[in-house]
Ligand binder design. Structure first.
Ligand code: AMP
Ligand code: TRP
Length: 332
């Protein structure tokens, strides 16, 4: 049986990278898989979150997913802290995964920066919680952006080590699904850094809540270089900003970079940017409107999440009971 699990942090500013790298793929995978989609609030507090903002962002991310087309009736949409199995299995994985594995995680190094000693213990152990998210449902496939590939490899290693330590064939080895021409959307201000919720410049990203005028302004201001539009794929390695905008255009129009190059080769960026604006507005406009409509009724969003959590818990609980048995814990 195939089951999808994926998560997104409710930390504000859902952006085009989240949409093209993750959420849009989730929507498309819904017909083929049983899906569980989670607002990972336990992950969010690995760095400081204002409590009121966290609550608001949890609802906003849920609204964003549903507005983008995730079907919360047919599939499961919920927030992580409502289902205790995530934290329970994370502890067990803290005791399975090795310190050496976590030391290699580039996201920790980036997020902790120079002040590693001052980072929370949770930020360091973050990947083990992510492994638990996936494996507490025995999920087989995990659609994510490219930045999560290393965490997925750790989840696979952890599943394997648990199985071999305890001499069982219990956990499936989950497969990453990294899809589309924009699995790694970069900042509009710097083509070498990924588009991120936490970038201090709002001009670095297109938010799913941006209106048409804001999208147009951000795309017009997006950094390019002094050359005309690239004429060959080979040029892109040296031109990160052009490569990024081309990738976004390709993803939004469901083609690849090669096709976009053929269309715009040698032209000025301005004409291309206008088309990119039209595409982005046509895609995000309706999602944005629906998000606003949903956010006007937080009680409804809370009810959707609560109902999702009950269904998630019903899957996770018996799996966790088996894990307790394998580990040698007395039955709860
Ligand atoms: P996060 O915002 O870090 O919780 O990420 C949620 C999902 O969006 C994950 O699947 C990420 O891999 C994906 N994602 C985040 N940033 C980007 C980006 N700049 N490009 C593509 N995918 C991204
Ligand atoms: N770490 C992911 C991110 O920041 C979010 C996440 C948490 C996740 N748990 C997950 C993604 C499980 C996929 C599966 O993007």
């Amino acid at each position: 049986m195939s089951r999808i699990f994926s998560g997104v942090q409710p930390t504000g500013n859902l952006h085009l990278g989240n949409y093209l790298g993750a959420i849009r793929n989730w929507v498309r995978l819904q017909d083929q898989f049983e899906c569980i989609f989670c607002m990972v609030d336990l992950h969010a507090i690995t760095v400081w979150q204002d409590p009121k903002e966290l609550t608001r962002n949890t609802r906003e991310v849920a609204a964003g997913m549903i507005a983008a087309g995730v079907d919360a009736e047919k599939h499961i949409v919920f927030n992580q802290s409502m289902v205790p199995a995530h934290a329970q299995l994370a502890w067990i994985f803290n005791c399975v995964a090795r310190i050496g594995w976590l030391n290699r995680m580039t996201q920790f190094k980036e997020k902790a920066g120079k002040h590693k000693e001052n980072a929370s213990v949770g930020l360091y152990a973050y990947p083990n919680l992510m492994s638990a998210d996936i494996l507490t449902y025995k999920a087989t496939h995990v659609p994510v952006g490219e930045d999560q590939k290393q965490h997925l490899e750790l989840a696979r290693d952890t599943a394997q080590k648990f199985n071999s330590d305890y001499g069982v064939e219990f956990f499936p080895i989950p497969e990453p699904l990294i899809l589309g021409a924009a699995a790694r959307v970069m900042s509009l201000r710097d083509g070498t850094r990924k588009m991120s919720k936490s970038d201090e410049s709002d001009y670095s990203r297109i938010n799913m809540t941006d209106d048409a005028d804001t999208i147009a302004l951000k795309v017009r201001k997006a950094k390019t270089d002094l050359h005309p539009m690239p004429a060959a794929l080979g040029e892109l390695d040296e031109r990160p900003e052009a490569s990024n905008l081309l990738g976004i255009y390709a993803a939004l129009s469901d083609t690849d970079k090669e096709a976009v190059i053929q269309r715009f080769a040698g032209q000025q960026f301005s004409a291309f940017k206008q088309e990119l604006i039209d595409l982005a507005v046509a895609t995000l406009g309706p999602i944005n409107a629906e998000m606003k409509r949903l956010m006007a009724d937080p009680g409804h969003i809370d009810a959707v999440l609560k109902q999702g959590a009950e269904r998630a818990d019903a899957i996770a609980r018996p799996i966790l009971a088996e894990i307790y048995d394998i580990v040698g814990f007395l039955k709860p």
